[in-house]
Design a protein around this ligand. Structure first.
Ligand SMILES: [Zn+2]
Length: 70
């Protein structure tokens, strides 16, 4: 049995990424602090990842099927 990994793409540098920042439940991905900070500040990310947050730091090794391939 083969396992296929579906990578997501960093929305800043457009490199394939399998861990990093997941914004708005997967609408956007950023592979590193640098790429995140290109789009928003740490404070903005903290707000988005708060109580009702849909943003988090994650990897999607296990869950890769739910992410789009490209
Ligand atoms: Zn990046």
């Amino acid at each position: 049995m083969k396992t296929y990994l579906l990578l997501s793409q960093c929305d800043t540098c457009h490199k394939p990424t399998i861990e990093g920042y997941c914004i708005d439940d997967g609408a956007e991905h950023y592979c590193s602090d640098k790429c995140l900070h290109d789009q928003m500040t740490d404070e903005e990310f903290q707000e988005m990842s708060g109580e009702d947050g849909t943003s988090y730091i994650s990897n999607w090794y296990e869950d890769s099927m739910t992410y789009k391939s490209f």
